[in-house]
Design a protein around this ligand. Sequence first.
Ligand code: OFO
Length: 174
Amino acid sequence: MNQDLSNVMSEQINKEYYSAFLYLAMSNWLDQAGFPGASQWTYAQYQEELAHAQNLFHYMNYRDEKIEFSLIEKPDSEWQSILDVFQSVLKHEQFVTASINNLATVALSNNDHAAYIFLQWYISEQIEEEASANDIITRLKLAGDNTNALLMIDDQLGTRTFTPPVVPGLPNQA
Ligand code: OFO
């Protein structure tokens, strides 16, 4: 693998672990704020981010690449409201989408079509991540300060469970 691509792949593993850590902090804040459903939703997302990192790790091993590990940044831990949490989710996922798109660009510019194909799953996944954050933000804005509506949304969010993702072309899944 080209060294530039290898470097950005290593950085992406760090970003996915940071994402996991951020969602764990959100889950804790939401639990404290009295939103057990949204806390469950963000906990499931934490598990999903771990799987994103683990599958990148397996891919690097599969390609016999050395990973550069580095410090994982401290996540935010304070929000103003449940809406503020999900607005942070969207902003963060937009940042990750840009990062994944950059990875795909580096893979293509180095003619690494195998890595480019592997990254397709992550590109599609980011569309889903942004879409679900947008959908939740829309519902929370409609609910406004109506406690009953907010609790109903919280109940719906609590139905989310984690299913380990299967990334095509990878022998050792998370
Ligand atoms: Fe790993 O997709 Fe969210 O951050």
